[in-house]
Ligand binder design. Structure first.
Ligand code: GDP
Length: 442
């Protein structure tokens, strides 16, 4: 995510490195590079101009802080300006009583139908009772797709025969049925087209007027950069959008849409899609997004994700086992599986500050491959072997190696590494915090 702009901005900040203070000359040089980085990231021209102006004004007026180097001070200013650029009302308004109707719109292929399912899943996990309405009668497979997604999420899907109905009728009947079934949030999956056309806009306006949704969200593909921003503007003129959902951020190396859409349209981003699976939807936080863009990592998102995915009781039990030196290969496998739930190892590593560069250095290496091999080796052991690795002799080791398709030396290495890890953890559990830090540094 955002590799291009992160690198561009990092280079721009280096203009301030080495000099003792912020001067007009280094601001001029640095800001030229910031502007180039933004334009290369496909940020709208006016937005890039305004942004540089803001940062320049603040940099000139900035108090000289002795504790900070000029490049650090500039990073701080740019970070705050990025946050301001994207800030808005990011909460999705859901009524306390009664039913909330959300109309989803967007161009075909933007990820609208998938996002309807992701949103339903998120709302369900938040204790709401979502209900999906298949009002995209244009794309032949859309109704079927929403039914499948609804099944996966465990959320009812209302649909009618497209040959005998029209979208307004489907939406009205859908809302009626949702109310009758006790749902609290209705999500209308409306039709998209390949491009913006009059007919599409009129259809959406008719739904908007006749069904009167509480919220209208525009789904757009972040990877299309300025095109996404321009289509958001056109939809906003026709429909008065309440929010934007940016999809495919996981494949967006530039970040232009994320940075420009609020500034150009005035409509805040509410959620971002970060993968194809239905759990890959995140609430939008401008501060975290700025952190990602600056390559400062995104620890908060990682923590939130970990809290959602990890079974806390299980984690505590494992921690206790570690402290008592009873952590087994079976526990180790459980932990690996939990980590995998967070998403691709590369993405997880990128969220940790300072790890971005390490990920770049991995080149074609794939950390998941290692995890798959290790899990394969552990899978080939019996439960008794996993709990008591000392019982693994030469013949057992050869059996495990051939069962998991690796060389016996790899089984040996895993056992050795695991033994060393166990000893270290047991040792650490007896130390105070300071000693632990020291031990890790060594
Ligand atoms: P629609 O025509 O707008 O309803 O689009 P779909 O929901 O059918 O999505 C189009 C494609 O985009 C599908 O292959 C989805 O799996 C994919 N997609 C949707 N959201 C995301 C996302 O956040 N990340 C990635 N990588 N793919 C996504």
């Amino acid at each position: 995510m955002f590799e291009g702009i992160t690198e561009g901005l990092t280079n721009a900040f280096s203009a301030f490195r080495g000099s003792g203070k912020i001067t007009e000359a280094n601001i001029r040089d640095g800001m030229k590079q910031v502007r180039t980085a933004l334009l290369e990231a496909d940020v709208a021209f006016d937005v890039a101009q305004d942004f540089v102006k803001q940062v320049t004004e603040q940099a000139i007026g900035a108090e000289v802080l002795k504790s900070l180097r000029p490049d650090q001070q500039i990073v701080g200013i740019v970070n705050q300006c990025l946050i301001d650029l994207m800030a808005g009302d990011h909460q999705l308004a859901i009524k306390r009583d009664g039913i909330t109707v959300i109309m989803m719109c967007g161009l075909q292929g933007s990820g609208k139908t998938t996002t309807c399912g992701k949103l339903a899943k998120m709302l369900k996990e938040d204790g709401k009772s979502p209900f999906l309405v298949a009002a995209d009668l244009q794309r032949p497979a859309a109704i079927e797709q929403l039914k499948v997604i609804g099944d996966q999420v465990g959320c009812p899907v209302y649909h009618e025969d497209p040959a005998k109905s029209d979208p307004v009728q489907v939406c009205r009947n859908g809302v009626k049925q949702a109310k009758a079934s006790g749902a609290t949030v209705v999500i209308l999956d409306t039709a998209g087209r390949l491009g913006i056309d009059d007919e599409l806009m009129k259809e959406l306006q008719r739904i908007d007027n006749r069904v009167a949704p509480d919220t209208c969200l525009f789904v757009c593909d972040a990877m299309t950069g300025q095109d996404a921003v321009n289509s958001a503007r056109a939809f906003n003129e026709a429909l008065e959008l309440d929010g934007v959902i940016l999809t495919k951020l996981d494949g967006d190396t530039r970040g232009g849409a994320a940075l420009s859409v609020k500034a150009v349209t005035g409509v805040p981003i509410k959620y971002v899609g970060v993968g194809e699976q239905l759990d890959r939807l995140e609430q939008f936080h401008p501060d975290r997004m700025a952190g990602r863009i600056l390559g400062m990592g995104d620890v908060l998102s990682l923590v939130e994700k970990a809290q959602q995915e990890f079974d806390e009781d299980e984690m505590l039990a494992q921690q206790e086992k570690m402290q008592q030196g009873k952590f087994t290969l079976d526990d180790f496998r459980k932990q690996m599986r939990q980590i995998k739930k967070l998403g691709s190892m590369r993405e997880v590593m990128k969220m940790i500050p300072g790890m971005g560069k390490v990920v770049d250095q991995l080149g074609d290496m794939n950390p998941e491959d290692d995890m798959v091999r290790i899990e394969g080796i552990i899978n080939s052991m019996t439960l008794d072997e996993r709990n008591n690795p000392d019982t693994i002799d030469r013949s057992r080791r050869n059996r495990i190696a051939s069962g998991s398709g690796v060389e016996p030396a790899e089984v040996n290495k895993l056992l050795k590494d695991f033994g060393a890890m166990g000893k270290m953890m047991q040792g650490m559990s007896n130390m105070g915090m300071k000693d632990r830090m020291k031990a890790v540094k060594q």
